[in-house]
Ligand binder design. Structure first.
Ligand code: ADE
Ligand code: ZN
Length: 351
């Protein structure tokens, strides 16, 4: 193996930081693929599939993206997904995201998908997983982007519904690496899904859950202790609970933080008040991700650039964030080592 130079973030001039943020290899661990559906593609698919939309134009749809909280976003996000009917639609959506990922030097991505949003409309599970998986396979071969799928259960639905969804997906068990939990957080604590998560762990699936986006620290505790998740999606409300912060730091639990999402859903009043820097400085394994980039104003590099500009984070934070993304990803040890070596090389070339 070729030895890598040690990273030297302190030697990187501040004016080179934006270029470094864009150039550094990174993993995206929190992207809902349905949230990458741009208004232009929504209109294109609506026309192709003969679906009527309640908006007159791309501009009118985009103008409706003024959210006050998570639920106000989810209502419009599920409506947008209604144009997805055919295997090719799911492929086109994922391919468009993977091209954007490549442009942002995302070398590894773990894509959430919400099958219940589609199967409830009569779209077969095979259609959903088939199109997404084909895009992931092609991205590996043609774009050099390594992508895998994580099936999310909608937490506003019942645990029984989650069990049935899992059953429908199991014929394609080799096409997804894990399960997650998303949708309306408040009133739907992780423990509602204790049995289905235990079952998934028994099947050898990786497990993650949204917790502490809008919900209280108690939801993060129960995601860890009841669902036994390996990562927390969002987790920014952990800052309210010093004992939880100490645990997350001690156990190096990866938090997949999404700054522009938190801004657009009014979790923080402005980016300068976002707590990602506080989380990193307290030793938590935070990462930066885009969540639903078509709705929140930016893909990975925009999230990095805007968050760094607003919070004054430095090259040391950049290194930590990119490294955390590889440490927290569900890849094998050899791939992780290779990506971290690439990251170190990038930092060395900027010093
Ligand atoms: N589904 C898509 N985006 C989400 C978010 N930010 N929180 C919960 N569920 C989601
Ligand atoms: Zn999310």
């Amino acid at each position: 193996m070729t030895p890598t130079l040690p990273p030297t973030p302190a030697l990187i001039p501040a004016d080179r930081l934006p270029a470094l943020l864009c150039a550094m290899p990174k993993a995206e661990l929190h992207i809902h693929i349905e949230g990458s559906l741009e208004p232009e593609l929504i209109f294109q698919l609506a026309q192709r599939n003969g679906v009527a939309l309640p908006y007159a134009s791309v501009e009118a749809l985009r103008a409706a993206y003024a959210f006050t909280n998570l639920q106000s976003f989810l209502d419009i996000y599920y409506a947008g997904a209604s144009v997805l009917l055919k295997e090719q639609d799911f492929f086109d959506m994922a391919w468009a995201y993977l091209l954007r990922a490549q442009a942002d030097n995302v070398v590894h991505a773990e894509l959430f998908f919400d099958p219940q949003t589609h199967t409830a409309r009569g779209v077969p599970m095979e259609t959903v997983i088939g199109g997404l998986h084909r895009a992931c396979t092609q991205a590996r071969a043609e774009l050099g982007v390594d992508a895998s799928l994580i099936l999310c259960f909608l937490r506003h639905l019942s645990e029984q519904d989650a069990f049935e969804t899992l059953e429908q997906a199991l014929p394609w068990r080799d096409r997804f690496i894990g399960v997650g939990l998303d949708s309306s957080e408040l009133g739907h604590p992780p423990e509602k899904f204790a049995r289905v998560f235990a079952h998934c762990r028994g099947l050898g699936l990786r497990v993650v859950a949204h917790a502490g986006e809008e919900g209280p620290p108690a939801y993060i505790w129960s995601a860890l202790d009841v669902l036994k998740v390996e990562r927390i999606d969002h987790g920014v409300q952990s800052a309210q609970d010093p004992v939880l912060m100490q645990r997350l730091a001690r156990e190096r639990v990866t938090l997949t933080v999404c700054p522009l999402s938190n801004l657009k859903l009014c979790v923080f009043p402005d980016l300068a008040q976002h707590n990602i820097r506080q989380l990193l400085d307290a030793g938590l394994a935070a990462t930066i991700n885009s969540d639903d980039p078509a709705y929140f104003g930016g893909y990975m590099n925009t999230n990095f650039l805007e968050t760094f500009a607003a919070t004054g984070m430095n090259a040391g934070h950049a290194y930590q964030l990119a490294r955390n993304s590889f440490e927290g990803s569900f890849i094998d040890a050899a791939a992780r080592q290779r990506y971290i070596a690439q990251l170190d090389d990038t930092f060395a070339s900027f010093a």
